[in-house]
Design a protein around this ligand. Structure first.
Ligand SMILES: NC(=O)c1ccc[n+]([C@@H]2O[C@H](COP(=O)([O-])OP(=O)(O)OC[C@H]3O[C@@H](n4cnc5c(N)ncnc54)[C@H](OP(=O)(O)O)[C@@H]3O)[C@@H](O)[C@H]2O)c1
Length: 343
């Protein structure tokens, strides 16, 4: 069997990490790369990734020219969080007959906010006989797929709570900036209002995916406003020092409500100086389930893995738009990727 041919669409922070991982894997070849950023388009992929040598693939801002000539099996898409922005990009991949795994957060459960675009994408994917999946570590796994998997142990469920706490001091600077680290509370609020920082995107999609898997028809999903977490004492990372009183990061939550009861609660916290880092899931039911991963799974490592490990599942799936709850149980695609591809 020939090697799996992978195209990259978006080689920013996350796309680059995925690309470097792909270049080391057996049974696949990276056959094209697309990005519109001025410092990337036209450059060799190796240079964009900060590798020592060239890879021999020129990053292009022309989707059609790239995808027409490379006979890709799948594209890894990592450009933006909102489906209204990514829909045309993903549609253009699909129209070239190429499967898609995307990190677009809203695509992880697109039926909540963009049901019409989801319907269009499903129809388009079926027309071109390809599969589309939105995934990542979160949304995509820790606060939805893993929760859903654990509910498989339950006879009854009263309430579900998932909490993710990350110490942002151990993360890269763009992530620290994204969560407002170093700002005053006033600056944080202004930037949130202007949407210069957004906080974590995808919590309500995770709530909706869990509810869908359990056939809970929620009355409402409440997305609480993103709150700054203020440093109580000075905290520093390799690159940033935060004084007491400045914003160290953020906390946000989303709740699935049915008949005035909070059935699903997702609580996301990312701030510098968090003393404990963990991913915890508590299901109140029969039986009660308590699951805790400590320290929390590293966001970048987990994202790269989830995206890569989804490649064979997506290639093997029937045509259409899928979410993580629709595909086989996630698992690591170790060894030669070709072993995972059904004939
Ligand atoms: N689900 C998850 O768990 C998960 C995990 C990690 C990341 N994500 C999401 O994945 C997305 C990518 O993350 P990132 O950190 O890599 O972002 P990033 O650093 O901003 O990289 C995105 C790259 O895509 C390029 N781009 C933007 N629009 C494009 C277009 N229309 N065509 C081609 N290239 C385009 C950008 O160019 P410009 O810089 O010129 O715009 C940039 O080079 C984000 O939305 C992020 O939130 C999700």
């Amino acid at each position: 069997m020939r090697r799996v041919r992978v195209a990259l669409y978006g080689v920013g922070a996350v796309g680059s990490l995925i690309a470097k991982f792909l270049l080391e894997k057996q049974g696949l070849e990276v056959v094209g790369a697309i990005d519109v950023a001025k410092d990337k388009a036209g450059a060799d992929l190796g240079m964009v990734l900060g590798l020592k040598g060239k890879v021999g693939i020129s990053v292009s801002d022309n989707v059609h020219a790239t995808l027409s000539g490379i006979n890709a099996d799948i594209a890894i898409h990592a450009t933006s969080s909102y489906l209204k922005d990514t829909y045309p990009q993903i549609a253009s991949i699909v129209e070239h007959g190429v499967n898609v795994v995307s990190t677009c957060e809203e695509l992880s459960y697109p039926y909540l906010i963009e049901p019409k675009l989801a319907q269009r994408l499903d129809t388009l994917a079926k027309k071109h006989d390809v599969t589309v999946l939105g995934t990542g570590i979160n949304p995509g796994f820790l606060m939805d797929t893993l929760v859903i998997t654990l509910t498989g142990l339950c006879q009854k469920i009263e309430r579900i709570k998932a909490v993710r706490v990350m110490n942002a001091a151990t993360r890269r600077v763009p992530f620290q900036k994204k969560i407002g680290a170093g700002l005053t509370v006033e600056e944080f609020r202004e930037k949130m209002e202007k949407k210069e920082i957004t906080g974590h995107v995808g919590l309500e999609q995770s709530v909706a995916m869990i509810a869908d898997a359990l056939a809970w028809k929620l009355d409402n999903i409440i997305v609480e406003s993103v709150k700054p977490v203020v440093a109580k004492k000075p905290v520093e990372s390799k690159d940033i020092k935060i004084n007491a009183g400045k914003v160290a990061g953020l906390r946000q939550s989303a709740k699935g409500i049915l008949k005035n009861r909070e059935l699903i609660i997702l609580d996301f916290q990312a701030y510098m100086g968090a003393e404990e880092e963990y991913d915890a899931i508590a299901i109140e039911g029969v039986p009660n389930i308590r699951q805790r991963i400590q320290p929390c799974v590293h966001g970048d490592l987990g994202t790269v893995a989830m995206v890569f490990n989804s490649i064979p599942k997506v290639i093997n799936a029937p045509a259409g738009l899928f979410t993580m709850k629709d595909l086989p149980v996630p698992s690591a695609a170790l060894g030669d990727l070709r072993k995972r591809i059904s004939a």
